[in-house]
Ligand binder design. Structure first.
Ligand SMILES: C[S@@+](CC[C@H](N)C(=O)[O-])C[C@H]1O[C@@H](n2cnc3c(N)ncnc32)[C@H](O)[C@@H]1O
Length: 252
């Protein structure tokens, strides 16, 4: 099945759909959680952070002041966006289920890209990758959009105009995001996006379906224990006073 169109043929529109500035609050939550771990082995250097599924680098943009960041993703077009946004960071093409860099980091971030783990074996593989790249005494944050317990069918509408230069009003995007679960007994749900993309006065519409994983917190905790992580829930700020919970894991 082809991957999401947003991370491939629609990548030029990505920052209109997901602006970098919207990630400041959550990135601060990740910074606080990841810095809560023991100090890095070499205190003279900044802590090293590996981001699995960094996408266009929106969280890394806010974290790179605090960490030396290595950013990985499955999509080369998304990594290309991040290289422009975060030229000082290392970028590596790779699948979080199989990546093997042969080195460890003080901190590992697995953000919303983990939603594309749609089976328990894929989720276990991603958790194992994070564990293998976390140094002893280091920490990892897993920040899925939702858990089985917190999932709600919902829709949202958003959009932006003319992000990053160009003539005023030249490019605009409007987006409807509709989350629903066609089969509540399995480990997936779907997010259907309807994008209306206006360029030079011409509007086209594109449907993009993302199949995402849905797991109970007890499943996450069982998989963390299986690889050797000690996990707990910590708060994540979502902006406008809202918050939810993400997992902070320690490698002993
Ligand atoms: C919403 S974007 C990530 C945004 C990113 N967390 C940020 O801070 O801006 C989702 C990303 O997950 C990536 N992805 C999906 N499956 C992946 C996998 N198996 N390994 C690595 N990245 C993956 C996609 O290519 C896409 O770039």
């Amino acid at each position: 099945m082809p991957g999401p169109r947003l991370y491939d043929e629609l990548v030029d529109w990505y920052f209109l759909v997901d602006p970098t500035e919207d990630h400041a609050d959550e990135a601060e939550s990740y910074r606080a959680a990841l810095h809560g771990g023991p100090p890095p082995a070499t205190v003279a250097t900044r802590p090293k952070l590996l981001d699995l599924g960094a996408g266009a680098g929106n969280n890394a943009f806010h974290l790179k002041a605090h960490f030396d960041c290595t950013l990985t993703d499955l999509s080369e077009p998304m990594l290309a966006l991040s290289r422009d946004l975060n030229p000082e960071c290392e970028h590596i093409l790779g699948d979080m289920r199989s990546l093997k860099l042969g080195r460890t980091f003080d901190a590992v971030l697995v953000h919303d890209a983990v939603m594309y783990m749609t089976t328990e074996s894929d989720l276990l593989a991603a958790i194992q990758t994070a564990f293998d790249h976390t140094r002893r005494g280091g920490v990892a944050v897993f920040a899925p959009d939702c858990f089985r317990e917190t999932f709600d069918e919902s829709f949202d509408a958003f959009g932006a105009d003319d992000f990053r230069g160009g003539d005023a009003g030249e490019r605009s995007a409007r987006c409807l995001e509709w989350k629903w679960d066609p089969s509540p007994d399995d480990t997936t749900y779907v997010v259907d996006y309807a994008f209306m993309l206006r360029e030079n006065g011409v509007v086209r519409t594109v449907h993009d379906r993302h199949v995402e994983g849905l797991f109970a917190q007890s499943t996450w905790l069982r998989l963390f224990a299986r690889v050797g992580f000690e996990a707990s829930l910590v708060p994540r700020a979502l902006g406008e006073g809202e918050s939810d919970s993400v997992f902070l894991c320690r490698r002993g």
